[in-house]
Design a protein around this ligand. Structure first.
Ligand code: HEM
Length: 478
């Protein structure tokens, strides 16, 4: 029999393999014992499997179910729960302040594993570890986000919303066509941001199609999700290895080519009243590498467009599946304005119910599901919001039924010195676009988009599928 014929080399190899296996087992057991009994987080509650190993949390991350898993853990264990050996999730308003606020002039650094997944990531406004570097970048563009600056941009933003409404009218086939609102909202938010930040849009609304780069950026959620999983497993070396593979290098080169083109075209325009102007004015004074310029540029675009498009999809779906709220929001818009032309960045401020609808959508479907406070789970805790899985804009209108809600838990734009600089712009865009859509069209959800929100995978961003709706133009005197 063959096993009797094993030579001494084979026996040696088998012994080595057995030894390696035993060593691995000993390591795993030691790690589990450490995590459960000696780890600094050992006193925090959580399921055994989450406290002992990264196995359970990794499975949930890979399947895009982590925010829902964390929500279930909060229900069972309370406001603070150990979701992995090295990780706690928080679900209270104090946690926002403690983690993101400034105390005695000091702030907590951003999580290096999340913001620097591989060795070759330059620093930028989003990840700068030093307070000075962040302040410098933020201060230079902050004036572009002031109320005054926003008002000056009214004609620009309104122009793109005009074009969006026109395109929807052309394509809706009087309520018979099923329009993919994921595409249309993405076109609008990228074009608006392109113009406001770089004085050049992406031509998406003009051509009624994706600019190749916008398509590439929209698929980033998938890639960053995979990276997050490997970082969670502590496999930074693997992320480094993956980031050197030819297919990844090719995709990155393509991305960088587009960013470079955008940046160079903007520089060639000279002084312009746009967001980039604040940074470009400092070009000679700052010692930023080319990689830093490129990363800041691309982060500005991604942060300012994908997020807003996601929320617009979310609020549209939530209104369509909550006919009472849709009827109220539509009535508010149609009775406040006599004509489509009266709807402006300033006048949409007079739509309190629409604002409540947007805030409730930011709670039910936050564009970014986790920052460090896990947003989705925190916003779906019965202790924080009554009937958390239902859509009730009334909770933001002072309704008695929701008087016990902890509204300050809702911080979809984060808090503190590194909160979202584009918050006002995002609200302005969302209010204007939704008011104009509701004013101009009667909406219906297409059969194939029923349950749109229930089927989604969530990483730090949603992997949102197409959202098909039917739009019938009103015979409004616009
Ligand atoms: C619904 C829309 C939006 C949501 C929910 C949102 C949310 C957020 C959140 C949670 C952060 C903090 C991220 C972190 O700590 O890593 C952030 C940062 C940021 N956002 Fe937004 N955002 C939105 C729209 C916008 C828009 C329209 C812009 C315009 C350019 C923008 C630009 C930025 C920038 C530049 C940062 C980094 C700020 C800093 O680190 O100082 N965002 N956003």
């Amino acid at each position: 029999m063959s096993f009797l014929l094993l030579d001494s080399n084979s026996i040696g190899a088998a012994r080595l393999a057995a030894l390696a296996l035993a060593a691995l087992l000993a390591y795993v057991v030691a790690k589990v014992v450490y995590n459960l009994f000696f780890h600094p987080l050992r006193k925090f509650p959580g399921p055994l499997l989450n406290r002992a190993t990264v196995f359970r949390s990794t499975i949930e991350m890979v399947s895009g179910r982590m925010p829902f898993h964390v929500a279930a853990l909060h229900d069972k264990y309370g406001d603070v729960v150990r979701i992995a050996p090295n990780e706690l999730a928080f679900a209270s308003a104090e946690a926002w302040r403690d983690i993101y606020g400034v105390r005695n002039g000091r702030e907590l650094p951003k999580a290096p594993d999340f913001y620097f997944p591989s060795d070759n990531i330059p620093t930028s406004i989003m990840n700068a570890p030093s307070r000075e570097e962040h302040n410098k970048l933020r201060k230079a563009i902050a004036p572009s986000f002031s109320d005054g600056a926003m008002r000056k941009q009214e004609p620009v933003i309104s122009g793109y919303v005009d074009l969006l409404i026109q395109r929807l009218r052309e394509n809706c086939d009087n309520g018979k066509a099923e329009l993919d609102m994921k595409d249309w909202y993405t076109f609008a938010t990228f074009d608006i941001l392109g113009k406001l930040a770089f004085s050049q849009d992406f031509g998406c609304l003009a051509a009624s199609e994706y600019h190749p780069w916008v398509k590439l950026i929209s698929s980033l959620a998938n890639e960053s999700a995979q990276i997050a999983v490997f970082m969670h497993l502590g496999l930074k070396w693997f992320v480094n290895w993956v980031s050197r593979q030819p297919s990844i290098l090719k995709a990155r080169a393509e991305h960088i080519k587009h960013v470079k083109e955008k940046l160079e075209a903007r520089v060639a325009l000279g002084s312009q009243p746009d967001i980039m102007e604040g940074w470009l004015k400092e070009k000679e004074n700052w010692n930023l590498s080319e990689d830093q310029w490129l990363l800041n540029t691309s982060q500005l675009i991604v942060a300012g467009s994908e997020t807003t498009a996601t929320l617009l999809c979310g609020v549209t779906y939530l209104l369509l599946t909550n006919p009472g709220a849709l009827a109220k929001a539509t009535e508010e818009v149609r009775t406040t304005f006599k004509s489509d032309k009266d709807i402006t960045l300033l006048s949409v401020m007079n739509l309190p119910y629409l604002l409540a609808c947007l805030n409730e959508a930011l709670r039910r479907y936050p564009s970014i599901t986790a920052v460090a406070v896990w947003q989705y789970p925190a916003y779906h805790r019965e202790e924080n919001f009554k009937k958390p899985y239902e859509y009730h804009p009334e909770r933001f209108m002072g309704a008695l039924e929701f008087a016990g809600d902890q509204l300050d838990v809702l911080q979809p734009f984060a808090v503190g010195p590194r909160d979202c600089i584009g918050r006002n712009l995002a609200y302005a865009e969302m209010r204007l676009i939704m008011a104009r859509v509701l004013y101009n069209f009667d909406l219906g959800l297409a059969e194939k988009s029923q349950g749109w929100m229930d089927k989604q995978e969530a990483y730090s961003l949603w992997l949102k599928p197409s959202l098909y709706i039917k739009m019938t133009p009103r015979d409004a005197s616009s």
